[in-house]
Ligand binder design. Structure first.
Ligand code: PLP
Length: 381
């Protein structure tokens, strides 16, 4: 399979698997137990916390391990709601991941007021819009670092500065940004930041929440005293050790030059050259280096994805299936695309393992598939 869906998930790095196995086979003790058998487990937990902290330039005690990116985001919003001193207004954007949007909607159903900010045609958010939306009763702001569908980067630094000045809690969903671009909490004063292991060549089912020292906290999961009383539940040790290793590998990779951006540009330019009526969705440069979201005017993305699947190419569209019919991506429609344009758009997302041959294979086959589908498409009748 030629895999162009790294924003959906990534393959676990063999080095990551290597460090995980001992925590399934040999060091399977409970990290909270006091006896010697659990000592290496406890030490590995500390080491993983330090590795994740180092990737984002945080302190180890500011890292909370969770069960996934979704749990980190839910915990952050829950925290904002609990420590909000009776203030019941939150600001999010229309292009957030469902993990954010659905929790915001849940708060809304419990009497909260939610402001959902729009973006421009290139997916950009004006930081002034956040400033203008802040009210007396604003308890928190949550804006993603990079969008999962388009890769577009949001102005996190300016928003964080503004929230800090106004004493408002600020969370960012950095699930897609982590490991792809530098994300440093010593430069950007966010209070809370969510990340997920499976987007950075580590296993599924483990994530982390960065909680800046001094930020008030209220747990989301209640039970045992794990994670310094901040998240109950025995830790997924193999997953956490894997996340730690992946963080270390990502730090090293980010300091070297890698080919992902060049390959994405090669793919995009190749598509633009060989396929007429093509439009790239999202800002051309203020984007993650690995993501290309493209509108193939006049065809249904699902049909093209099906054809690509037959050619052993995996990519995806942001459309969601709801009650048996396809809903256009909420991200693309927020950018002003018509439902029809949104349903004609496909996301190609590259990873550290993507190679030139795979990109060339895609460029070799895509134009013919598009031409055939344009001939047959019901959208062209
Ligand atoms: N936030 C963003 C931007 C994502 O892309 C994803 C996963 O697709 C998530 C949150 C959820 O992460 P997880 O799958 O670990 O729950």
């Amino acid at each position: 399979m030629r895999y162009f869906d790294h924003n959906a998930t990534t393959r676990v790095d063999p080095e990551v698997i290597g460090v995980m196995i001992p925590f399934l086979q040999t060091h399977w003790g409970n990290p909270s137990s006091a006896y010697r058998f659990s000592r290496p487990v406890k030490q590995a937990l500390q080491q993983a916390r330090a590795q994740v902290a180092s990737l984002i330039r945080a302190q180890p005690e500011e890292i909370l391990f969770t069960g996934c990116g979704t749990e980190s985001i839910n915990t952050a919003l829950h925290l904002g709601a609990v420590v909000g001193r009776g203030q019941k207004h939150a600001i999010v954007t229309l292009v957030e991941h469902e993990a954010n949007l659905r929790y915001a909607a849940y708060l809304e159903s419990h009497g909260w007021k939610i402001t959902r900010l729009g973006v421009d045609g290139q997916g950009l958010l004006d930081p002034q819009a956040v400033k203008d939306a802040i009210r007396e009763d604003t308890a928190m702001v949550s804006v993603m670092w990079a969008n999962n569908e388009t890769g577009v980067l949001l102005p996190i630094h300016d928003i964080a500065m503004c929230c800090r000045d106004r004493g408002i809690l600020f969370h960012t969903d950095a699930v897609q940004a982590i490991g792809k671009i530098p994300v440093h909490v010593d430069e950007v004063p966010v209070d809370l930041l969510s990340l997920s292991a499976h987007k950075m060549n580590a296993p599924k089912g483990v994530g982390a929440l960065y909680i800046r020292k001094g930020t008030p906290f209220a747990p989301f999961l209640h039970g045992g005293g794990q994670e310094a009383g901040r998240r109950a539940g025995t830790q997924n040790m193999a997953g956490i050790v894997g996340l730690g290793k992946a963080a270390e590998l990502a730090s090293a990779r980010l300091s070297q030059k890698n080919q992902v951006g060049a390959l994405r540009d090669h793919l995009e330019q190749g598509m633009l050259r060989s396929i007429p009526n093509l439009k790239v969705n999202g800002h051309p440069t203020l984007r993650l280096p690995n993501t290309s979201n493209v509108c193939f005017d006049g065809i249904e993305a699902e049909a093209l994805l099906h054809q690509l699947d037959r050619l052993e190419v995996a990519a995806s569209s942001g459309s969601a299936c709801s009650s048996g019919s396809l809903e256009p991506s909420h991200v693309l429609t927020a950018m002003g695309l018509s439902p029809r344009q949104a349903l004609s758009s496909i996301r190609f997302s590259l990873g550290i393992e993507t190679c030139q041959e795979e990109v060339d294979y895609l460029l070799q086959h895509l134009p013919e598939q598009v031409r055939r589908l344009r001939g047959y498409s019901p959208l062209n009748q």
